[in-house]
Design a binder for this molecule. Structure first.
Ligand code: PGA
Length: 250
């Protein structure tokens, strides 16, 4: 599946009850009259089915925020990739920093989840990003390379894969790297993917971390930035849509 630019994905995280979330989804579906780019929303598991129904026919993708590495089994409280697909999801975010750092997910676990998600036919949004300590120590490139090496299965193709660069220190903080840092980092990630995956230079690259309506245009105008992964600002239809339009989407 080739994703039209800009690719603008909203990670709702653990936010929203049914009424407000369906209202948000409904407003987005109304605005998505004829999408020129790619828009996706990633609600909590409990709302995937209802949101997918609400946006049906609009072209807006719906995805999960995580999945288990096994297709089924005795894993209390977990959600498998085929379950996401069954609920109407066509995508999943994997390796988000709130799971890597908050819940101790390793690169090896993210890789196993990625294999499971692909087997279920889901588009994978693989998140990578350095911590503030790594950033300050000049270890960003090494960290990103290690995360890509560890999270991408051998022999994987570029189809159905999106990589989101999200510096941990920029998530939910209102701080972002400079435009030049984002451009340079995305260039590095593009090269790493081209070396690691046959056709890897075609993998869409998203920037994430404190993307707002007022910085989205500058970020998405950068070379090697194909779109953005938005947290907080995706919970408001107007902000989210303004971000999408700032990237040239209609
Ligand atoms: P933020 O979150 O936009 O609220 O910084 C981004 C993310 O975690 O994907």
């Amino acid at each position: 599946m080739r994703l039209a630019r800009p690719v603008v994905f909203g990670n709702w995280k653990m936010n929203g009850l049914r009424a407000e979330s369906l209202a948000l989804a409904g407003t987005l579906a109304e605005r998505a009259v004829r999408l020129t780019g790619t828009v996706g929303v990633f609600p909590p598991f409990t709302l995937i089915h209802a949101v997918a129904q609400r946006v049906r026919g609009s072209g807006i993708l719906v995805g999960g925020q995580d999945c288990h590495e096994k297709a089924s089994g005795a894993y209390t409280g977990c959600i498998a990739a085929p379950m996401l697909a069954d609920a109407g999801a066509t995508a999943v975010i994997l390796g988000h920093s709130e799971r890597r750092h908050g819940l101790g997910e390793t690169d090896a676990l993210v890789r196993a989840k990625l294999v499971a998600a692909r087997a279920a036919g889901l588009l994978v949004v693989l998140c990578i990003g350095e911590t503030e300590a790594e950033y300050l120590a000049g270890a960003r490139s090494a960290r990103l390379r290690a995360q890509l090496d560890g999270s991408l299965p051998e022999g994987i193709g570029p189809e159905g894969l999106v990589v989101a660069y999200e510096p941990v220190w920029a998530i939910g903080t209102g701080r972002t790297p400079t435009a030049e840092e984002i451009r340079a980092t995305h260039g590095e990630i593009r090269e790493l993917l081209a070396r690691r995956i046959v056709g890897g230079e075609a993998v869409p690259l998203l920037y994430g971390g404190s993307v707002k309506p007022d910085n989205a245009g500058e970020i998405m105008a950068l070379a090697d930035v194909d779109g953005v992964l938005v947290g907080g600002a995706s919970l408001d239809a107007r902000s989210f849509w303004t971000i999408y339009q700032a990237g040239g989407g209609a």
